[in-house]
Design a binder for this molecule. Structure first.
Ligand code: FES
Length: 568
């Protein structure tokens, strides 16, 4: 197969002319023939003024280019979609598959022998890895790295577990307007991704466990010099991969590596979003993430990393304690150490070099875990025939077995309008239910699963309630929150059948979530549901594509025609 600049020639019906034209135009940029005859490493540029998490991308790109050139290859930077969590309407999840398609097609369309993808803010690494798996070109992933921590009145702060905690205090009247403004300026003190174990950190850690990025690259803080040395080293690795034409993602990603990623996700107290993204990545390959296997691993794998929201520390503490290599060392035989990485080394070699840091308490040994079971549990029942997930490590233990009266919100808008209504019939033992917030329903499965505690209850001291929905939740959030109920209510899932006052039983030990209504009554309600119609927002453009082809959470919310085997 042709390589370097000769790869993927534009079709003019004359290959010689196509190459002649390509070289003529690229020479306009001042490249020499020597440069143009080298193996090419493409580098994605996801810098955007709208994406503060990616604020260090220009400096990372410079370091990658240096590494590529030091190894005798030619770096070519190209832009792709960039998605920042809080600047994406309606949600960043709505745009993840667009970014994955853009990245995949730009990797295919332009001549390159290897690619370096640089991302970090929640949906970007998943999108880039989905693209890399589909394009199957040798790929190095570079996470942009976490922010450093903030400080407020002697307290260490992190985005965005503490954003939510302090906002809840503000809602409860415990802090005033002046203080919440001060906090607002201190929660995100540097560029980089959220520095708790949210989705960005989860995806960076499982990328490292999958062997797609360099050791320690998940945890190095975004502004640190080490981040840029790691980027330079990544550039060198990518150049060698371009010369060797491998390894490709299909050679790295095996059942063992996907299992390792799930073990790490449970052990770090990972984000529930990570499960959806890992499922989508696997669906691009011949492999699968099976919810039952994931749940079984959760019973075997303890949470060892003491990070918010499940624990106390932040990503920089995890890094200084030895990062993912040290975690995998502590996990011992739960990790398959024969799994390969992009450097050609196995995880055994990575783990052998893990740093031993005396006195560190961010990564616990297996005999002294943060939680005896893993971060997440998968639930089934008549409310969730195809599954639901709860982050039990960040839930209130006393609510993990709970039966309560349903208080139903029809949509995110309905919840926003009514949740603080002083006349809302709700008490602390009730179960808050949000529907029409799934992949299709909202659309884009917003992170609305962390329903706010109704103000009148918050002011009375209620800190947590059982909340259930077909939505997602930020990995930075905490509470007894059942998410990703599948199938979602917008496609007729049983969540659509719940009425105010129905009793709902959650039993995490038994892995069940049930509506305590008999089947005959449920059938009556099902028959009375209005038939689905295409909503106005989905009549054209990307929205139409999204609405017609989006899969449910248990299949990773990819588009049905983007799976490895294509449309069924
Ligand atoms: Fe970008 Fe949290 S907002 S990682």
């Amino acid at each position: 197969m042709a390589d370097g600049l000769r790869k993927g020639l534009t079709s003019y019906g004359d290959a010689g002319f196509s190459l002649f034209l390509r070289k003529a135009f690229i020479k306009a940029m001042g490249y020499s023939d020597d440069a143009l005859n080298r193996p090419i490493v493409g580098i994605t540029n996801t810098y955007s003024d709208y994406n503060p998490c990616h604020g260090n991308v220009p400096q990372i790109i410079e370091a990658v280019k240096r590494g590529v050139m030091l190894s005798g290859a030619m770096p070519m930077v190209f832009p792709t979609v960039s998605i920042a969590e809080s600047f994406a309407y309606p949600t960043s999840m709505y745009l993840r598959n667009l970014m994955a398609m853009d990245t995949e097609e730009m990797i295919r369309a332009q001549p390159m022998d290897a690619v370096v993808v640089i991302g970090g803010c929640d949906k970007t690494l998943p999108a880039q890895i989905m693209a890399a798996v589909s394009a199957d070109l040798p790929t190095v992933v570079i996470p942009v790295g976490p922010m450093v921590v903030g400080h407020h009145r002697g307290e260490v702060l992190g985005a965005c577990t503490d954003c939510r905690r302090l906002w809840a205090k503000y809602r409860a009247g415990e802090i005033d307007d002046v203080e919440i403004e001060a906090v607002n300026g201190r929660l995100a003190p540097s560029v980089g991704t959220c520095m708790v174990m949210g989705t960005a950190s989860t995806m960076a850690c499982i990328t490292e466990a999958l062997g797609l990025s360099l050791p320690m690259s998940a945890t190095i803080p975004a502004p640190h010099a080490e981040r840029f040395r790691s980027a330079e080293a990544s550039g060198r690795v990518a150049a060698e991969m371009a010369k060797a034409k491998g390894p490709r993602p299909s050679e790295i990603l095996t059942p063992a590596s996907f299992r390792n990623a799930q073990v790490v996700m449970q052990a770090i107290g990972g984000s529930t979003n990570g499960l959806i993204h890992l499922t989508a990545i696997a669906h691009r390959s011949p492999h699968k993430i099976d919810l039952e296997t994931f749940d079984r691993l959760g019973r075997e794998v303890p949470v060892l990393v003491d990070l918010k929201p499940s624990g106390e520390h932040y990503m920089e503490h995890f890094h200084h304690a030895g990062g993912v290599p040290k975690l995998m060392a502590q996990l011992g035989d739960l990790i398959d150490l024969d799994a390969k990485t992009i450097t050609g080394q196995t995880l055994r070699e990575v783990v052998a070099r893990a740093e031993d840091v005396p006195g560190q308490d961010a990564i616990r040994p297996r005999d002294n875990p943060i939680k005896a079971e893993g971060a997440m549990a998968v639930l089934h029942g008549n409310l969730a025939p195809r599954g639901a997930v709860i982050k039990q490590s960040a839930a209130s233990p006393k609510l993990l077995q709970h039966t309560g009266r349903a208080v139903v919100f029809e949509s995110v808008e309905d919840m926003t309008l009514r949740v603080d209504d002083p006349d809302l019939d709700v008490n602390a033992d009730d179960v808050l239910v949000l529907r029409n917030a799934g992949p299709k329903g909202a659309p884009g499965m917003p992170e609305a699963g962390y329903l706010p505690i109704p103000k009148k209850l918050a002011r009375g001291g209620t800190k947590d309630m059982v909340r259930i929905s077909d939505a997602r939740m930020s990995g930075t959030a905490f509470g007894t929150i059942v998410l990703h109920i599948t199938p979602e209510s917008a496609v007729g899932g049983p969540l659509a059948l719940v009425k105010n006052g129905d009793m709902i039983r959650l039993d995490v030990a038994k892995r069940s979530i049930d509506l305590l209504i008999d089947e005959a009554e449920l059938e009556k309600r099902r028959a009375a549901l209005a038939p689905a119609v295409t909503p106005d927002w989905a009549k054209r453009g990307y929205a139409h594509l999204f609405n017609e082809t989006i899969l449910q959470a248990d299949e990773g919310c990819d588009f049905d025609f983007m799976r490895g085997q294509g449309k069924n």
